[in-house]
Design a protein around this ligand. Structure first.
Ligand SMILES: *Cc1c(COP(=O)(O)O)cnc(C)c1O
Length: 422
């Protein structure tokens, strides 16, 4: 079957032809390839064309596609356990493993990152008995109403819903602050400190392109939330088990009150989780008064896939060093090539997540900086790369990922294709 025919027919049955917006390649003048299969670092479309995959399902496939051991585990479980809506031993194993790696007391599984963040915020509100939530502009925490807020030009301006269908009432307790801006957060706490239930942050932002928080910024968030009795939530949906086994928390050495996971912990199946200190987590039903439930939460097949993935990551301690080396090689070579072409850029990278920003700025530290990028140049770059078998994000404001299956040869092919970009 031909990609274009499938995609055109998909548009008749699914809005935009997709089940999630970014897949539609709206900003590009090429149609998205329709993907049929994946193995290791490669994916194949319906026309049999091969791509080296730098999207990796937007992060989860850190072991590459269809890793033999992970798939075996999932199939074994599938043969005897699909869903019970009852406690299982598998979910205990996964809970223990995540709690052990991330140094938290308790965890609850859900089915997506969105569900994890909205539940964590509800829990923080229940625990603190406060309503306000601080979110940073450019950070993405899923499609929960309270997070779909277009920031005004400053914190003191009125919020505007970031999507149709979001009532103004749903965002009236959301405060938008600037990422990596300590002074701004100070102002916010001076004005609303006693009413703030939590601050939610991507410790290494990946959803405005990669923008790591500074150490000072995260330390400040830890201090000020402690001072005001607000909870600090690290949204590690993308960074968890990606930037290090222990996520961004391990890199920065800062312990949040609550953490959210998804992506890698499902090993490629729909999954999410949130966790933290016992006294907070025990506020959850059935023992506490914050209600949250899920028919498919902790599904055995998903859990065994996640468990196999995390066990493999944990037992192969060298993976993160391997990813860092390959990623830093790629980083340096991209710099050389773009410098030779006199294309202005900034590369932000944290381990195996990286964004090449096409910008004349000297650095990209927040959403304001990211928005100054040359979107048209990115569009032409993405079209060139994808057409030539390098599958990467159709949008400038996303990360590029490596898996442990990517080889130096794969990176050389990427670099060769980049050299031919003009
Ligand atoms: C992907 C992502 C989410 C949303 O997760 P879904 O599983 O798509 O709902 C939330 N937060 C961050 C940081 C993410 O990268």
């Amino acid at each position: 079957m031909n990609n274009l025919n499938i995609f055109n027919e998909s548009k008749r049955y699914m809005p935009g032809g997709v089940n999630s917006p970014v897949r539609a390649f709206t900003g590009l003048n090429i149609n998205p390839p329709v993907i049929k299969s994946g193995k290791g670092a490669y994916i194949y479309d319906e026309e049999g064309k091969k791509y080296i995959d730098f999207v990796l399902a937007w992060g989860p496939m850190i072991l590459g596609h269809s890793d033999e051991e992970v798939v075996e585990e999932a199939i074994k479980t599938l043969r005897e356990a699909q869903a019970f809506g009852a406690p299982t031993y598998l979910e205990l194993e996964l809970a223990k493993l995540i709690c052990d790696i991330y140094k938290i007391d308790m965890i609850r599984m859900v089915n997506s990152g969105t569900e994890a963040t909205m539940s964590a915020v509800k829990l923080a509100r229940g625990y603190t008995n406060r309503d306000k939530v601080v979110k940073f502009s450019g950070c993405y925490h899923g499609h929960f109403d309270a997070f779909l807020v277009a920031a005004g030009s400053g914190v003191m301006t009125e919020n505007i819903p970031g999507s149709a269908g979001v009532p103004k009432d749903s965002i009236k307790n959301t405060i938008i602050a600037n990422y990596n801006d300590i002074e701004n957060v100070k102002e916010v706490f001076e004005k609303w400190g006693e009413e703030i239930a939590c601050v939610i942050v991507e410790p290494v932002a990946g959803n405005m392109g990669v923008v790591p928080a500074t150490m000072e910024f995260l330390n400040f968030l830890r201090e000020i939330t402690n001072k005001y009795g607000s909870l600090l939530i690290f949204d590690e949906v993308m960074t968890g088990f990606r930037v290090a086994l222990g996520g961004a928390k391990e890199l920065y050495g800062i312990q949040p009150d609550l953490v959210t996971f998804a992506k890698i912990i499902g090993g490629g199946l729909p999954c999410g989780a949130y966790g933290g200190r016992r006294e907070i987590m025990e506020m959850l039903s059935p023992i506490g008064s914050v209600y949250q439930a899920g028919t498919m939460s902790g599904n055995p097949v998903v859990v065994s896939m996640g468990l196999a993935t995390l066990k493999k990551l944990k037992s192969n301690g060298g993976y993160y060093e391997q990813l860092e080396q390959l990623s830093s090689y790629m980083h340096r070579q991209i710099e050389v090539i773009l410098n030779n072409k006199s294309i202005p850029f900034v590369i932000n990278r944290c381990g195996s997540m990286m964004t090449v920003f096409f910008t004349e700025e000297n650095s990209v530290k927040n959403y304001e900086d990211a928005k100054k990028c040359n979107i048209d140049l990115y569009r032409r770059y993405a079209e060139h790369m994808i057409t030539n078998g390098i599958y990467l994000s159709p949008s400038q404001f996303e990360a590029m990922f490596l898996s442990v299956k990517h080889t130096k040869e794969d990176i050389e092919i990427f670099l060769d294709v980049l050299k031919r970009f003009h």
